[in-house]
Design a protein around this ligand. Sequence first.
Ligand SMILES: [Cu+2]
Length: 185
Amino acid sequence: MQHDSSLALPRGCNCAVRCGCDAADQGCLCGDRSAPTATTEKPGRRALIRLAGSLAMLGALGACSAFMPKNLDYAAARASEQGAYRVSYKSDTTPIPINRLHSWTLHVERPDGRPVTDATVKVDGDMPQHMHGLPTRPRVTRNLGNGDYLVEGIKFQMGGWWVMEFAVTSGERSDVAKFNLMLQH
Ligand SMILES: [Cu+2]
């Protein structure tokens, strides 16, 4: 049985179909959206294609709400997953821009509020719905002191739901803080 490609989970990025964002120039693999010829179509498949079309439209309007968990936490300050740290970020540009390099300042502290001044931080980010990551490799370039770290090289190539991940290590303790972002394009 054949499925319309816009209903299947994308290989690479299918964002133009799912989210209405223009990803063609971002190295994303947008599915072939050309309709099959009418003569070879079964009625059921036609309805499926129409349904897929409506879903794509809904996706474009609703920012893929059908494909993402509800009630995501978009807070810019969170406990790391095992509770070892409190981590927060501030972008140097607001709102967080699309397709522009910018920097964040990350703040890391213990649960009791003491700043963590000797942390090693690894940065990663991805769009869970599109199965692709960032177009750049952001990293901490400076320890600003008092638990603050400068993260340079951040760039989001499209709007939608992103998850930024910071793997923090201080002494023996490693933990990960993940932040949800909903970026407008
Ligand atoms: Cu994407």
